[in-house]
Design a protein around this ligand. Structure first.
Ligand SMILES: NC(=O)c1ccc[n+]([C@@H]2O[C@H](COP(=O)([O-])OP(=O)(O)OC[C@H]3O[C@@H](n4cnc5c(N)ncnc54)[C@H](O)[C@@H]3O)[C@@H](O)[C@H]2O)c1
Length: 145
């Protein structure tokens, strides 16, 4: 896929793998919407991309919330004109204690962020991508899955 001229949304783009992916895609010529709960980290990702000559915009979003997921994807279209790439990268681990000691509330949150939000984002992104003939959806998983 030719990256130059595309527009991507990266969830969990305020740190780690999401930030690294955002910087790399921006370097290849994509405009990036960085979506995350962490505003300071998101601002830093945008700053790094812009300092390197790229284009990026931060949207504060909780990927488990329908209205936030919709807003982060719509921002790609309103700010940069289209949506070509969605990287469902935001995620959390169970942490310690693990299974079976971890409380049910923790499992609920893991499933909400790591699974349900991926389905939500994918379902909302697909029609926007179809508007320009298709796109790419990347879901980061884990051996722990
Ligand atoms: N780092 C690893 O070794 C590793 C291994 C296997 C899988 N993964 C997966 O890769 C992905 C990224 O991992 P990382 O190491 O970069 O993690 P990280 O903690 O550095 O980044 C995750 C980001 O997701 C954001 N986030 C969490 N919940 C959110 C929510 N509800 N809405 C929006 N943003 C939210 C966090 O604020 C954070 O910026 C995760 O899905 C993780 O499970 C990582």
């Amino acid at each position: 896929m030719e990256i130059k001229g595309t527009v991507g949304v990266i969830t969990g783009g305020s740190s780690g793998i999401g930030r690294a992916t955002a910087e790399r895609l921006a370097k290849e010529g994509a405009a990036i919407v960085v979506a995350d709960l962490d505003e300071a980290g998101g601002a830093e990702t945008v700053k790094r991309i812009e300092s390197a000559g790229g284009r990026a915009f931060f949207v504060k979003a909780d990927v488990t919330r329908l209205e936030d997921a919709r807003r982060m994807l719509d921002t790609a279209v309103s700010k940069f004109g289209r949506l070509d790439i969605l990287h469902n990268n935001a995620g959390i681990g169970v942490g310690a204690p693990g299974f079976p000691e971890a409380p049910p509330e923790r499992w609920h949150l893991v499933i909400e962020i790591d699974l349900q939000a991926v389905i939500l984002g994918t379902g909302l992104a697909a029609p926007l991508m179809q508007n320009n003939g298709g796109g790419v959806i990347i879901n980061t998983a884990s051996m722990a899955g």
